[in-house]
Write a protein that binds this ligand. Structure first.
Ligand code: SF4
Length: 325
């Protein structure tokens, strides 16, 4: 029998599910248990097809807008990304029972934006146009109250109504380094700008980026398990590339890995050590990471090492309606 070529797997930790995602998924499961199926969910509860399909099997029905809901007497849950204020208002007008799975760390940004607005400041939001979290935050305030800033270029060209009365907030899942550059540009141009201590990037995004940075340089290739519409997963690929692994790529599951390319790259080592890095975005379940490990293990003689940069013990409480009594 021919010997399988050696591959070392470096597992980044923390990786995968965060407290906001855990809570949102649990909310859908508990709502189905308590109210029966179907329970409607506005937008993918978290950005992961696997999670969505699992919940669909249990009785969740996903829609993009409230008017797609076929039975308005059923409960509807809003996704972890947050929603514009018009959405709960619309649900109330339609007489719907809704539960809001917005991550408390996104809600915190909504509170900040509201406070700045009430204190008369124009707000610059650093984020990606079209992402549901950004739509949700922009929709907390009247049109024109927030200007979206995506890049350092935008920060250099923005012309706010009153530079002395200005604040910034950020999306929670951005690249820390890219955001720092935008914030520094804004602070240089508008020294009076108010904002959070550093940014609003959440603990989970911060820790996953730190973990991928810690392994990137040592990896010959690196897989980020996550969805293309998952902001924090896409950022992990960018962070890995910038930290020294130019072959980092996003895969939704093991079957998306180009196994032929990997086998060719490993074979080219002629028995020398080949290192595969592995991490997962905050909405990707560990079972999908394990699926990639299993497939690598089928093909190669694998040793696995976990590189842990921090531990996490954050838990967000469920809304009172869903706490079992
Ligand atoms: Fe909340 Fe951060 Fe998770 Fe988003 S990535 S759900 S902000 S903890």
């Amino acid at each position: 029998m021919t010997q399988r070529p050696p591959v070392s797997i470096l597992l980044a930790a923390p990786r995968g599910f965060c407290a906001g995602v855990d809570r949102a998924i649990l909310m859908v499961e508990r709502a189905i248990e308590k109210y029966g199926a179907p329970v409607f969910v506005r937008h993918e509860i978290v950005h992961n097809r696997h999670v969505v399909e699992e919940l669909e099997r249990k009785g969740a029905v996903f829609v993009e807008e409230l008017d797609e809901i076929s039975d308005p007497s059923r409960p509807v849950i809003f996704s972890a990304h947050g929603v514009p204020k018009s959405v709960p208002a619309d649900a109330e007008q339609r007489g719907m029972f809704y539960l809001d799975a917005t991550c408390p760390l996104v809600s915190k940004v909504h509170v900040e934006a509201n406070r700045h607005f009430e204190e008369g400041r124009h707000i610059l939001m650093i984020g990606h146009e079209g992402h549901p979290e950004v739509e949700g935050t922009l929709g907390q305030l009247p049109d024109g109250a927030i200007t979206l800033i995506e890049t350092v270029g935008d920060a250099n060209s923005v012309t706010p109504p009153d530079p002395q009365n200005l604040a910034y907030v950020t999306q929670t899942t951005l690249s820390l380094d890219d955001t720092l550059a935008v914030v520094e540009t804004l602070k240089k141009r508008f020294p009076a700008i108010r904002g959070p201590h550093k940014n609003d990037i959440c603990y989970a995004t911060t820790n996953r980026q730190a973990a991928v940075k810690a392994i990137a340089e040592s990896c010959d290739t690196l897989f980020v398990v996550g969805a293309p519409n998952s902001s924090n997963s896409v950022r992990l690929v960018e962070v890995a590339e910038k930290a020294g692994c130019t072959t980092a790529q996003l895969v939704q599951k093991a079957s998306e890995v180009d196994w032929t390319a990997l086998e060719t790259a490993v074979a080219a080592r002629n028995g020398g050590r080949f290192v595969v890095g592995l991490t997962a975005g905050a909405s990707a379940p560990e079972s999908l990471v394990q699926g990639v490990i299993d497939e690598i293990s089928r093909r190669f003689a694998v040793t696995t090492e976990e590189v842990t940069v921090s531990s996490e013990d954050v838990i967000f409480k469920l809304p009172k309606q869903l706490i079992a009594s």
